[in-house]
Design a protein around this ligand. Structure first.
Ligand SMILES: Nc1ncnc2c1ncn2[C@@H]1O[C@H](COP(=O)(O)OP(=O)(O)OP(=O)(O)O)[C@@H](O)[C@H]1O
Ligand SMILES: [Mg+2]
Length: 215
């Protein structure tokens, strides 16, 4: 019995250390998620105020991290590239702007996933890639672009993209509200614009711009 215990002790010790390490990384991840959720919803500072858009974008990426990982239908993790420009603080409802970024990045992930699941399983899959860029346009507009290398958007549905409840996703997956809510928030609440371009070769880019200072 003693011999057995002696033999297993080093293994137990190793297991315990691994357990503690994964508990610690789990706790750090929970702390980051709670912090992101708080920033995301701006629970403590609602209303219009000057905000750093990059902080909101980082929170969205943080919350969507589990969705970037490879899975049964997609062999590679989705890579995110940040091309952040020198943005000033922007006067906005930051909780709403965060929601728009969340909708656009979720759509980009869905597009890459949809592409991956259509690809036959032994064909080489190109890695999914999302680029988020920010810059100032005409001095007083802040622009955020979300670009993916998914399949693009078929011409037959292009006029319906912003219609409430329009979706090409399976029942239970999409409600078809993401883009119509984003339009409402950007165009009606922030006097901004949404533009997009898509092609089967290059993928899709959605961009919004809002005035740095609300009119
Ligand atoms: N990046 C993209 N690439 C390809 N198609 C897109 C992209 N973004 C949006 N679409 C198309 O626009 C449709 C409407 O998007 P929207 O975000 O409004 O709804 P949804 O994503 O289907 O559902 P929800 O956002 O409510 O979960 C999508 O179903 C999809 O066909
Ligand atoms: Mg959507």
């Amino acid at each position: 019995q003693t011999l057995l215990e002696e033999a297993e002790l080093p293994f137990l010790q190793k297991d315990l250390m691994e357990l503690f390490a994964s508990m610690e990384s789990g706790a750090i991840r929970i702390r980051n998620i709670v912090r992101s959720l708080k920033t995301f919803s701006r629970l403590d500072e609602q209303g219009i105020k000057y905000s750093d858009l990059h902080t909101g974008i980082e929170c969205c990426i943080n919350l969507l991290t589990p969705r970037l990982k490879a899975h049964t239908n997609r062999k590679h993790d989705i890579q995110i590239t940040r091309q952040y420009g020198d943005l000033p603080s922007v006067e906005c409802h930051s909780d709403q702007i965060n929601q728009v970024v969340m909708h656009l990045v979720s759509n980009a992930i869905d597009a890459i996933d949809c592409d991956a699941s259509r690809c036959c399983s032994d064909a080489p899959q190109s890695a999914g890639h999302i680029t988020i860029s920010t810059y100032v346009e005409e001095e007083d507009w802040a622009v955020v672009e979300v670009m993916d290398n998914g399949p693009g958007i078929e011409e037959s549905i292009q006029l319906k993209l912003f219609d409430p409840f329009f979706t090409t996703k399976p029942v239970g997956k999409g409600t078809g509200l993401g883009l119509s809510i984003s339009y409402q928030i950007i165009v009606h609440q922030h006097h901004g614009h949404i533009r997009w371009e898509a092609s089967p070769e290059a993928g899709t880019k959605f961009a919004f711009k809002i005035p740095v200072k609300l009119p």
